[in-house]
Design a protein. Structure first.
Length: 150
C-alpha cells in the first residue's frame, strides 16, 4: 500500500496543475534553432524552438508529448526560460540531473520551480522525461549561437 501512497505524492496536485498549463506551448514560425529530444524508456518527446537576441532566449516554443512529470518540467522551464542565457540553461539542466540522480539541490532561480519534482528522485524511469525540456533547450541554444556567430 505504501507504493500507492508514494505514487499519489509523486503526482501531486501541483505537478498535475503544472502539466495542465504549459507556457509557450506550440512551435515558433522562424526559430533560430529547433531540437527534438526523446526519452527512449517511455517514448516522451519534447521539441523546443528558440530565437536568441544578445545571447539570451528572446522567444521560446515547445511541443510536449510527455508524461505528467515531463509536462510539469516543461511547464516550469517554459515559465522561466525567456531572458535566460545558455549558461543558465545548462546550469539548470546539470542541477536538475544532480537533484534527481545524486541528491543534489534544486536548480537555482529562475528554474527553482523544478523543486516540485523532488519526489520523482526515487523513480529513475521518469528522470529522462523530466530532463527533456532543459536538454533540448540547452542544445537549441548551442545551435542558435552557432548560427548567430557564423
Amino acid at each position: 500500500m505504501s507504493g500507492d501512497t508514494d505514487l499519489i505524492k509523486l503526482y501531486s496536485s501541483r505537478i498535475l496543475a503544472l502539466a495542465a498549463d504549459i507556457p509557450h506551448l506550440g512551435r515558433l514560425e522562424a526559430p533560430d534553432a529547433s531540437v527534438k529530444r526523446r526519452s527512449p524508456l517511455c517514448g516522451s518527446t519534447v521539441t523546443v524552438d528558440v530565437t536568441i537576441q544578445d545571447g539570451r532566449v528572446a522567444e521560446f516554443g515547445q511541443d510536449v508529448k510527455a508524461c505528467a512529470l515531463g509536462q510539469a518540467a516543461a511547464s516550469v522551464v517554459g515559465a522561466a526560460i525567456v531572458g535566460t542565457t545558455q549558461e543558465q540553461i545548462e546550469t539548470a539542466r546539470d542541477q536538475l540531473k544532480a537533484m534527481l540522480k545524486t541528491g543534489g539541490d534544486a536548480p537555482d532561480a529562475p528554474f527553482d520551480g523544478l523543486e516540485v519534482l523532488l519526489p520523482a528522485r526515487d523513480y529513475k524511469n521518469r528522470h529522462a522525461s523530466i530532463l527533456l525540456s532543459l536538454e533540448a533547450a540547452a542544445e537549441a541554444m548551442d545551435q542558435a549561437k552557432q548560427v548567430h556567430c557564423a
